[in-house]
Design a protein. Structure first.
Length: 240
């Protein structure tokens, strides 16, 4: 039986899901992104979603070709650039996807009152835990599998990203259908399909996170070097 033939009960237990993910990761390593997504949609149905930071809508676009109306989960930390919120709204308006916005338990004002202002400057790991990691964990509870736009060429920390893997922290299957793509592949797909992208990508921000923790990137720097620059932090914890 190959990965595409696995059609499991959607409420499979964690061990079974892990085995399924590892097997699919091996079998789909060389598969095109659409085939990887077909496997995910065929295997998990409505218990599969796409997550998007609204840097671009490439994975959402790919998934909508396989599953029109697919859930696209966006994490609104309260610290996003207006352009990112605008991209989210445009995706919801024009694409055949169901955008779901997750929010932290506390507003920024409530967090400031409890922890003091600008927690992101003093303890970005705690800020990310409160505003990203916990809300995503809660938001993904209704799914067995989630897709990301992670790519191996983005940074050394992402070089080993499997196309299908096991998300130990959340006990879910993690699908990265464009893990093997290069920035050139993304650019070509965007141009061919007229995919929505965040306007900040054309303004010196090749990687876009929360406004207080993202700066423009200088020529020759890697794409994610503008994230938490100078703070010794490279990931928010969503993908750790
Ligand atoms: Fe807070 Fe910065 Fe993390 Fe956003 S990226 S949640 S502002 S520390």
């Amino acid at each position: 039986m190959n990965a595409a033939e696995d059609r499991h009960d959607l409420r499979a237990d964690a061990d079974e899901l892990r085995r399924l993910a590892e097997k699919a990761g091996r079998e789909l390593e060389d598969a095109p992104a659409l085939e990887i997504l077909r496997w995910a949609v065929g295997t998990f149905g409505p218990r599969f979603c796409v997550t998007s930071s609204m840097e671009d809508a490439v994975v959402a676009h790919l998934a909508s070709r396989v599953a029109p109306g697919v859930d696209v989960v966006f994490l609104d930390t309260g610290y996003h650039f207006p352009e990112t919120i605008g991209t989210r709204d445009a995706v919801a308006a024009v694409m055949d996807v169901n955008v779901i916005t997750l929010t932290p338990r506390q507003t920024v004002a409530e967090q400031d009152a409890e922890y003091g202002p600008r927690l992101h400057d003093r303890d970005p790991d705690l800020c990310c835990a409160l505003r990203k990691v916990r809300p995503l964990e809660e938001g993904l509870r209704g799914y067995d599998a989630w897709a990301t736009g992670l790519r191996r060429d983005e940074s050394p920390t992402r070089a080993g990203t499997p196309v299908v893997g096991w998300d130990e922290r959340r006990g879910k299957v993690k699908v990265s259908p464009i893990a093997r793509w290069t920035q050139g592949d993304v650019d070509a797909y965007v141009a061919e399909h007229g995919v929505l992208t965040n306007p900040l990508l054309m303004d010196g921000y090749p990687s876009i996170g929360c406004a207080p923790c993202t700066r423009r990137v200088l020529e020759g720097e890697d794409a994610r070097s503008g994230r938490w620059a100078g703070r010794g932090k490279t990931e928010c914890g969503l993908h750790g």
